[in-house]
Design a protein around this ligand. Structure first.
Ligand SMILES: [Zn+2]
Length: 190
């Protein structure tokens, strides 16, 4: 892949045949992936894949911020997601990044069970509706929701076709509350 590219957490940057996993990356089944939002580059001297934070000065979350978050847990009435990036702020985040998305804040349509809309590993674009005492998220708007997700069966990327997401590897079809630019977002616009 191109070097000096802005990457998302979980995105494949290299393979363990090519490089060693360095700072800001991790290895899983021979694939080296980004562990954070940042700029991908290769430390040629040590043959390591590295994902550098975008800048070093941290930013605090504020109500109204549009953020990217990684879904960690899906419960019967809420989703727990870690906020990994504030749009428009190419900086690491300080303070509490553990966000809660209540079932009523997922979509404008009625959602009974969050697991019909989101799955662990999804990257969602969300709005911060509260910071203290806890970080609360909402994904009701059309430009909010999943921007990238992986197949729950084989962990390969899901592609959007009409209104469903399809895995081109195993043929599995899944649904999500997708953002309108699912699979076609531009991180440089952040
Ligand atoms: Zn699959």
């Amino acid at each position: 892949m191109t070097k000096n590219k802005i990457v998302l957490p979980g995105e494949q940057v290299s393979t363990s045949e090519e490089l060693l996993p360095g700072e800001g990356t991790f290895e899983e089944d021979g694939i080296i992936r980004a562990a954070r939002v940042g700029t991908y580059y290769v430390d040629e001297k040590h043959r390591r894949a590295v994902v550098k934070p975008l800048t070093s000065i941290p930013v605090e979350l504020k109500k109204g911020d549009i953020v990217l978050a990684t879904v960690n847990t899906v419960r019967s009435n809420m989703v727990i997601a870690e906020v990994v990036h504030v749009m428009g702020k190419n900086r690491p985040i300080s303070g509490d990044t553990n966000g809660t998305l209540r079932v009523s804040e997922i979509s404008n349509a009625y959602v009974k069970d969050p697991s019909t809309e989101y799955a662990p590993g999804d990257i969602i674009r969300a709005k911060i509706t509260q910071v203290k005492p806890s970080v609360q998220l909402a994904t009701k708007d059309r430009d909010l929701g999943v921007i990238e997700s992986i197949c729950t069966k084989c962990r390969r990327p899901l592609y959007k076709k009409d209104n469903t997401l399809k895995c081109e590897n195993c043929g599995n079809k899944e649904r999500r509350k997708t953002a309108m630019d699912y699979g076609d977002y531009d991180l440089k616009k952040f």
